[in-house]
Write a protein of this length. Structure first.
Length: 334
């Protein structure tokens, strides 16, 4: 009885040993290979993400190589750098690009690991790769605009063409940027209308919020007026505005009177410019026009074409001060 039991156990042991030896490739080797592939993929993903994160921190917190800087940073601007404007934009751009690179790296590593695992299981990857190639070509032809939008969005972010809060001109629409995506950008114009612009359709970008802005004030002066006195009045009004605490932070450089910009049949145009911080040019320009108009009125500038001067510079005028019978029809403006 005992001999029979021993014989049966020995037979079963040889049977299990033979089974394990026969299926060792499937039960031991392939699972270990699959586990090894997954572990290697996770380690590579961690290393790549760590390298990208370090590059992002290095770019955001310190100087980057000059060849990697956009042109506006390569030129240098001490005022903006000290104010932290360039470094803040660099940090935002670096974080956005870093997030995109981490997502792409995870996708590529995951696809490669999946293909290797399927190969270990026994799937024939040749037909799969060929089919994926055909599908990719079909999608490429059918979604050309989508691919174009995504590529354009990536380069817009890399080149820092505009960001959230910038006032931009994209051709047919202009306004404040509310969101920047890889496929579309969202703008809100001065009337409050929200515009969705596909990145692939943007052929040119005019950014009014990067670096610095320039207030350009053209003042038409009638013949017979003292141009030197009018220019001095413009300069004094601009200097007083720049010296006030409420406006001093917005002004980057002293106002500059460029002189005579244009000579027309009935007027001479004087130009004054002020370099200011981005997005402050409109409010400062309105205040500067008001002050110049008030000073010209107080200094007794010739008023034979006062209405035209009022239209172009938007002064605060007291209509009751105009003598009866001396009104002239308003000048047409283009």
């Amino acid at each position: 009885m005992i001999d029979d039991l021993v014989t049966e156990l020995a037979t079963e042991s040889r049977t299990w040993g033979a089974f394990l030896e026969e299926h060792q490739q499937v039960l031991v080797v392939k699972p270990l290979r699959i586990l090894f592939i997954i572990l290697i993929a996770l380690v590579v993903r961690w290393l790549v993400h760590r390298a990208i994160s370090r590059a992002v921190r290095s770019t955001a917190d310190s100087e980057v190589p000059i060849v990697l800087k956009p042109l506006k940073e390569r030129l240098g601007n001490g005022v903006l750098e000290s104010a932290g404007l360039v470094s803040e934009r660099r940090r935002q751009r670096a974080e956005t690009v870093g997030s995109l690179l981490r997502s792409v790296a995870s996708l590529v590593i995951g696809v490669l690991a999946l293909m290797l695992v399927l190969g270990e299981i026994g799937f024939q990857l040749g037909p799969f790769i060929a089919g994926a190639g055909i599908v990719g070509v079909a999608l490429g032809f059918g979604a050309q605009n989508l691919v174009k939008d995504f590529l354009s969005g990536i380069f817009m972010i890399l080149e820092d063409q505009y960001g959230v809060g910038d006032v931009v001109d994209l051709g047919e629409v202009s306004g404040t940027v509310e969101a920047v995506g890889l496929r579309v950008s969202r703008l809100r114009d001065v009337n409050g209308t929200v515009w969705y612009v596909r990145n692939g359709e943007v052929l040119r970008v005019g950014n009014r919020s990067q670096g610095f802005a320039q207030v350009v004030l053209d003042l038409p002066v009638p013949y017979g007026a003292d141009l030197t006195a009018v220019g001095a009045t413009m300069t004094v009004a601009a200097d007083e505005l720049a010296a006030e605490p409420a406006w001093a932070d917005a002004v980057l450089e002293d106002p500059e009177l460029l002189g005579v910009e244009q000579i027309a049949d009935d007027r001479v145009v004087l130009r004054l410019t002020v370099k200011v911080r981005p997005a402050d040019q409109w409010q400062l320009a309105r205040e500067l026009r008001r002050r110049i108009a008030d000073r010209l009125h107080a200094d007794g500038t010739p008023r034979d074409r006062a209405e035209e001067l009022a239209v172009r510079t938007r002064p605060a005028r007291d209509e009751s001060a105009v003598a009866p019978g001396t009104e002239t029809p308003p000048a047409e403006t283009s």
